[in-house]
Design a protein around this ligand. Structure first.
Ligand code: GLC
Length: 430
């Protein structure tokens, strides 16, 4: 595991840790949460510093942005000049993006809290995380359900997932601002998003900056508005962890209890497809589910949201189904990000098929929570074998385990530390 530690050290700028040395030279939100989790095993003060520096990018209204640039020069696009966040009264003085990412931070702080003496630190960061969750449950609540909406595929963390293609069909950019992609400089274009999708990513940012990132305007006018299973499962789990922190810190829990109650009531009704036995995301603009089978359907296990029967259907009818996710034929590694049955499945393209260590970690934790320990162990071992054979890559080709995307990828290193040194025992759902 010394190699994992050297990757994290190598990507450490002193202020924050880059997700990847060339491809991702700034501070990403959920990457930093996982990096802090990995660092907590070897350098607790540095893990805390990582979280503090992420929180320095928080907006005044509570939004925690997807990227904090920290004024470090780079060739990364989109750069702070492109986002123009200074037109929003809520923007911080540090340059950031104007969108958020899956709220994993509370869960990471809770995981560290359970193992190490960070009571004071937890008390220090608790108000900022609570503020972010409040923003998600209000500024991003389109229908009173307490489910959060995302306005851009990048907010889902699974940027190029085929589930967004459905929404993109109705988005026809009238005019595009001038831009030059930077993401294919270090990674082959065949492993990155296609041009059509990329243009829509950029078009959406242009819409948002014209609306000065005003949350109400965004909810009313963003052409892309979705309730995402992965994002909301992570939020529900993060609320659970935030609540546990509140109790340990002697703070009130009523507000969090209210969010959790409403989410619990609405999650399964909104996302679960009883006929197919899968969770599907929801397109708020068209009022329709997005019927694409991707690994994010397993995320609710991580949050304890499915009933025992639902969990059994997810595992037996889908995860273990050789046509969809289980190993068969050319697919020799767990877990492809998209089911093989999807026509959009591609072995090496970003979020279209490759294996990601982060997705595997969520699934491993989720399976443990429901008592599928053997399967969890198989996926855990396969994840560590992939890293052993191909290094700390951003994602892996499920056919031969070869690496794709960025090399020396921080969260693969952080999760290798987490998975190999301290597997987290989860309680079975009562
Ligand atoms: C990619 C991923 C996103 C991640 C970022 C930095 O854009 O899709 O989830 O946060 O890279 O690693």
């Amino acid at each position: 595991m010394d190699r994992a530690i050297s990757v994290l050290r190598m990507n450490d700028t002193g202020v924050f840790t880059k997700p990847g040395p060339h491809q991702y030279p700034h501070q990403w939100n959920w990457d930093s949460a996982l990096i802090a989790l990995g660092l907590s095993h070897v350098d607790l003060p540095r893990a805390q510093a990582e979280i503090r520096s992420l929180l320095s990018g928080q907006w005044h209204d509570g939004m925690l942005p997807s990227v904090v640039y920290h004024s470090i020069p780079s060739d990364y696009f989109p750069n702070p000049q492109f986002w123009q966040i200074e037109n929003s009264p809520s923007a911080p003085s540090v340059p950031t993006t104007g969108i958020t990412q899956p709220p994993l931070l509370a869960t990471v702080v809770k995981l560290i809290y359970d193992r190490q003496p960070i009571h004071d630190f937890a008390g220090e960061v608790y108000p900022a995380i609570l503020h972010w969750h409040r923003w998600l449950h209000t500024a991003r609540d389109a229908d009173g359900s307490a489910l959060a909406c995302i306005i851009h595929p990048w907010e889902s963390g699974t940027d190029d997932s085929p589930r967004w293609l459905h929404l993109f069909e109705s988005i026809q950019p009238e005019a595009l601002p001038e831009f030059q992609r930077g993401d294919t400089r270090y990674v082959p274009a065949t492993e990155r998003p296609n041009r059509t999708e990329y243009e829509r990513f950029i078009y959406l940012i242009d819409v948002f900056r014209k609306l000065n990132y005003a949350p109400r305007e965004l909810l009313a006018h963003s052409p892309f508005l979705a309730q995402d299973v992965l994002f909301n499962a992570i939020l529900f789990r993060a609320d659970e962890d935030l609540r546990a922190l509140a109790i340990s810190l002697g703070r009130p829990t009523d507000e969090i209890d209210g969010w959790r109650r409403r989410m619990q009531q609405n999650f399964n009704t909104r996302f679960w497809d009883e006929k197919i036995g899968l969770y599907y995301d929801y397109d708020v603009r068209s009022g329709r589910p997005i019927p694409v089978n991707t690994a994010s359907t397993f995320l609710p296990l991580f949050a304890g949201l499915p009933s025992k029967e639902q969990a059994q259907r997810l595992v037996e009818e889908h995860l273990l189904n050789p046509v969809e996710y289980a190993l068969r034929g050319e697919v020799r590694h767990w877990v492809t990000t998209t089911a093989k049955t999807e026509p959009t499945w591609e072995a090496r393209r970003y979020w279209r098929g490759p294996v990601w260590i982060i997705t595997n970690w969520f699934i491993i934790e989720g399976l443990r929570r429901y008592g599928y320990d053997d399967l969890a162990e198989t996926i855990q071992q396969d994840s560590l074998d992939l890293i052993e054979a191909s290094g700390f890559r951003e994602y892996y080709d499920a056919r031969d385990g070869s690496g794709c995307g960025s090399d020396d990828f921080s969260w693969s290193a952080a999760l290798a530390l987490e998975l190999s040194k301290f597997p987290v025992p989860m309680k079975a759902k009562s």
